[in-house]
Design a protein around this ligand. Structure first.
Ligand SMILES: Nc1ncnc2c1ncn2[C@@H]1O[C@H](COP(=O)(O)OP(=O)(O)OP(=O)(O)O)[C@@H](O)[C@H]1O
Ligand SMILES: [Mg+2]
Length: 257
């Protein structure tokens, strides 16, 4: 038998189907959430069942998480993102002390003890320090998010971005580009601006190793490198960091039957 974890995020909906006996991922899927989160959830489940070659009655239990978790018709239970991200990350790195999740609309730092969350900080009040900040800036600079990491690595200097608000930071970079400042240096400054915010959140819960970074922004190796540099540590990144919450939800679903 299998369990299913679904994480309906503000940007993307993730499904993981997990084997109950072997704890192996039978399939996973990441699709945009769009404007109809319920429909995205149904589509994501459907696609992941097809991908795994399973029928829906082979799924013993489903746990939903993410901001859209309350509106999933096929879920048996919904569980907070803190619990699901912690559980997913622990399944990959058993001794973990800190999980950082940076998604599209919020960022979280979770402190663990003996594999269980004991403290967390969440920024869901402001887009700065989230994936949305980088998306807005990428659009303003007419580049793809995937280009951020290679630019970060090859560029030595950065331009400090002084605005703490996403809207003001966007005007600031438009003005910097207008002044003929090297775009690569601006991008490096933007990456540090998000990494600095996460660094201060980690400082507030207290740095302890090992640390894992999850969520879509963990795919931005520029942000990962800036954070590693700020914290002076190596950060563990799952092979597919974006599905960590859904994976944790699938593990928590194993406890339901
Ligand atoms: N290949 C990639 N390279 C760089 N960044 C990426 C990539 N894929 C996704 N991202 C980033 O990940 C973000 C989305 O991450 P994720 O799917 O974890 O968010 P979410 O769970 O939908 O949001 P939230 O948890 O805040 O509701 C995007 O805003 C984008 O910045
Ligand atoms: Mg998320």
């Amino acid at each position: 038998m299998y369990t299913c974890g679904i994480d309906v995020g503000s940007v993307s909906t993730k499904v993981v189907i997990l084997g109950k006996k072997d704890n192996k991922i039978a399939s996973y899927i990441i699709i945009p959430t769009g404007s109809d989160s319920k429909n995205a959830a149904i589509k994501a489940l459907d696609n992941s069942l097809k991908k795994a070659g399973l029928a829906d009655n082979e799924i013993e239990a489903t746990v939903a998480t993410g901001y859209g978790r309350i509106n999933i018709p096929f879920a048996d239970q919904n569980i907070t993102e803190i619990s699901c991200h912690a559980r997913g990350a622990i399944s990959l790195f058993p001794d973990l002390k800190i999980v950082i999740d940076i998604g599209g609309q919020d960022s979280k730092v979770i402190k663990l003890k003996d594999g269980k969350p004991i403290d967390f900080l969440m920024n869901d009040k402001c887009a700065a320090g989230t994936g949305r900040f980088l998306e807005v800036m990428a659009r303003a600079m007419e580049i793809n998010l995937e280009q951020f990491a290679p630019i970060f690595i090859k560029t030595n200097d950065k331009v400090n971005i002084t605005s703490t608000c996403t809207v003001f930071a966007e005007s600031e970079i438009v003005s910097l580009i207008g002044q003929g400042i090297d775009k690569n240096k601006i991008i490096k400054g933007l990456i540090y601006s998000i990494a600095d915010k996460i660094t201060s959140m980690v400082g507030r819960v207290g740095l302890d190793e090992p640390v894992c970074m999850a969520g879509g922004v963990a795919k931005n190796l520029g942000v990962v490198k800036a954070l590693e540099e700020n914290l002076g540590i190596k950060i563990n990144i799952p092979d597919e960091p974006q599905i960590t919450g859904a994976l944790g939800a699938a593990y928590l679903a194993q406890n339901l039957h």
